[in-house]
Write a protein that binds this ligand. Structure first.
Ligand SMILES: Cc1cc2nc3c(=O)[nH]c(=O)nc-3n(C[C@H](O)[C@H](O)[C@H](O)COP(=O)(O)OP(=O)(O)OC[C@H]3O[C@@H](n4cnc5c(N)ncnc54)[C@H](O)[C@@H]3O)c2cc1C
Length: 437
């Protein structure tokens, strides 16, 4: 089994870690990798160090991408864990099926979607990716096992960040759609209170809801946003999402992103998108995957990279907590123009799954002097409101914070010890956060 060493990082390009890499060509090789210290890696879209092995080999799953079965009548799909959501959409959309839950990029694998138990713009009742997973084939050191919903191994693996074993095959239930078109409507909100109220307003209830939020607005405009709602509508079925034609070939110099340039962009975007108050039709790409429209967009933050900070707090704490976070970010002038506010309803049974009922805010912060200290202040605010930070986006949390944020961590650790008694499946993130002692 050949390996090579390379400097590896997540989508945020921070931290960079020297890693031992292997790329199995055949599905059956997974069993051998599960006998030794390893961690699986999908498309590397987790922002920090989640998909890097701390103790052994990082196993790339890109060649484990076979479709194993799809029933076009029932929408049940079986595939290897390296299959991407993009490939699934190309295989099923023309037949009138779609992903019940999809993150903001379709360039993630089934394995990554399960390990992070990803969430999407879905109605708050829908829940996370776990809601559509029917079975997971997991390779542990003692061999392959089938994890079914409701079992301890399933609940430890969904959201378990790859640290229960190597996910091999996956079975999911897709969702029917009438066409590849969306009917979308935007509503501007002048401040944070209005932004949160829109997410709870019965007249704006829709199949999907999300808000873009202006993180640099201050004073009476703090938390202003554009609320975006939409649903699948009648029309034609396409063969799948169109691939981006434009890309960022080079790193953008980090000075290009500052309070003034990003502030001007945010003010323009707020007015431009806020005008679209009448329902309009669009394809699934701009609605679900706006960032996939520019290849390598993470180069926008320059060579030092960036950190995405995503947290969730209960509804009662949302206005105070999000308000404090926005004040800290806007007064630090740390330029973020990709900021998203979302309402969660259902939590999954995943012991480390991120969603809990409440409001979640995700924002990108370029790495520069003071960013890590600012993020520590944000942790303190989130903890004071009994919130939690999303591990798939994390690159710098502390072990103590994770323990306080994830009350079921010790339950997860007990199941993990049974599945992995020799501590083989530990990522760089898991080591940093002392999740697998
Ligand atoms: C632009 C962008 C938008 C995003 N939007 C959202 C969003 O809206 N909602 C959301 O929830 N997330 C979002 N994410 C995060 C992303 O969905 C998750 O990080 C996801 O896990 C990435 O999947 P991947 O295939 O790239 O996995 P990687 O980044 O390679 O790995 C992520 C984790 O999955 C584990 N893993 C991967 N494959 C396997 C396997 N076969 N077996 C066991 N473990 C495995 C890894 O060990 C690691 O812990 C976004 C990321 C980006 C870059």
């Amino acid at each position: 089994m050949r390996t090579k060493t390379a400097a590896l990082s997540g989508w945020g390009r921070y931290p960079e870690v020297d890693a031992n890499l292997a790329r199995p060509e055949q599905y059956r090789e997974l069993a051998a990798w599960a006998q030794q210290a390893s961690i699986a890696r999908g498309m590397g879209r987790a922002y920090g160090d989640a998909a890097i092995s701390a103790r052994g080999t990082t196993v790339l799953t890109e060649r484990l991408d076979r479709f194993l079965g799809f029933d076009a009548d029932t929408g049940v799909l079986r595939a290897e864990a390296g299959v991407t959501l993009d490939a699934i959409l190309h295989a099923v959309m023309a037949k009138g099926w779609f992903l019940p839950v999809t993150p903001g990029t379709r360039y993630v694998t089934l394995g990554g979607a399960i390990a992070a138990d990803v969430h999407g713009k879905n109605h708050h009742h829908v829940g996370s990716f776990a809601s559509c997973v029917r079975a997971v084939e997991l390779f542990t050191a003692s061999g392959p096992m089938t994890c079914l919903p409701g079992t301890p191994a399933f609940n430890a693996t969904l959201g378990g960040m790859g640290m229960t074993g190597l996910i091999g095959e996956v079975e999911i239930q897709l969702k029917r759609i009438p066409s590849s078109d969306m009917l979308v409507q935007h509503v501007p909100a002048a401040n944070l209170r209005e932004s949160i109220a829109l997410m709870h307003a019965a007249e704006h209830d829709d199949e999907y809801t999300v808000s873009w939020i202006d993180c640099l607005a201050r004073g009476s405009k703090l938390g202003r946003s554009v609320f975006m709602r939409g649903h699948h509508t009648d029309g034609a079925l396409s063969a799948g999402p169109r691939e981006a034609k434009i890309g960022l070939p080079l790193n953008v110099p980090s000075v290009a992103l500052n309070r003034y340039t990003v502030g001007a962009f945010n003010a323009f975007y707020y007015r431009w998108e806020g005008r679209k108050t009448k329902p309009f039709r669009c394809g699934i790409e701009p609605f679900f995957y706006p960032l996939d429209g520019i290849k390598q967009w993470h180069r926008l933050y320059g060579k030092p990279g960036f950190v995405q900070y995503q947290f969730v707090v209960a509804n009662e704490a949302a206005e105070a907590c999000i308000g404090d976070v926005l004040k800290a970010v806007s007064s630090a002038g740390n330029a973020s123009f990709l900021a998203v506010l979302k309402r969660f309803g259902a939590a999954s049974d995943g012991l480390l799954s991120f969603p809990i009922p409440g409001m979640t805010l995700a924002l990108d912060l370029p790495l520069r002097a003071g960013t890590l200290a600012l993020l520590d202040r944000l942790d303190a605010i989130v903890l004071a409101h009994a919130g939690r930070v999303y591990l798939a986006k994390d690159a710098r949390l502390s072990a103590a914070s994770v323990q306080a944020m994830y009350p079921r961590l010790s339950e997860w650790q007990a199941i993990r010890r049974e599945l992995d008694p020799d501590g083989l499946f530990v990522s760089s993130l898991g080591q940093r956060l002392e999740m697998a002692p």
